[in-house]
Design a protein around this ligand. Sequence first.
Ligand SMILES: [Zn+2]
Length: 319
Amino acid sequence: MSSRKAIGVDLGGTKMLVGVMDDQQQVLHVSRERSRGLTEDEILAALEEELREAHDRFPDVVGAGLGIPCTIDQKRGVAISAVNLPIIDLPIRDLLRERSGLPISIDNDANTAALAEHLYGAAKGIDDAILLTIGTGIGGGVIIGGKVYRGAIGAAGELGHVVVDENGPPCQGNCPNHGCVETMASGMAISRKGKAAAEKHPSSALGKALADGTWDGGRTVTDAAQAGDEVARQVVATAGRHLGVALSSLANIFNPGVIVIGGGVSAVGDLLLQPAREELSSRALKPMNTTPVVVAQAGEDAGMVGAAAMALIDAESGG
Ligand SMILES: [Zn+2]
């Protein structure tokens, strides 16, 4: 019997990654398309085209899964609101089902990444796990009993909006809160604090990057930290401590077997994670204070791979 295949789509704010994966985790087809600057209609048209192309090449796919940077209403199949894409209350599941003729599964992109980590990555074999993806913002996914936890409507897992300072800076996008961990430990936060540090320490690597116009946001700070710049290291360590405060709450609530940290900022590794582990260790209740905190392993394609895996799982369960 041949292996079962599904299409996976990671719809990001700048690009969409489309792949076909089989149930042996072999990725058979990958396509990248720009998504930045597209209208809602153009995004739908691009998705329809990508699905058709993948379906034509692999007529035996069992369905398609989409990871979307958006809060999701699972029952109605609606993408409710996104920060980085012009999507509001879009019934994307039914629209794409009609246009492609394929069964469509949708979820938040951090949830599909969490599923990929659980099936193939750093949380493999661990049925209760948490993933935080730290990029511009902070996304989250919760695995409970080997399944993605979606909550009453399907919008659960917004772990970036755990508050670590109730009087902290206003949060980003549609979040009305203050002092969410996203405002304290995301790439955006690291960039903001790095800039302040650069102005205070003009002779540091950060100060020079700001002065010579090569500043590239949080990446400048994490790169300088990895290269040994002490000012940058302090900024990253402070973000790591804020992250650890959030992790101590999450560990107390979920008692996960592992906390996985993914996203672009996680490439800085222990410079961020060690201070986070120390906060977790000193703040969480026993035995949750020993929860392992590790870097994600499912790779850059995790969102797409997890989306395809979701479609395979849904096809299996008749969903
Ligand atoms: Zn928030």
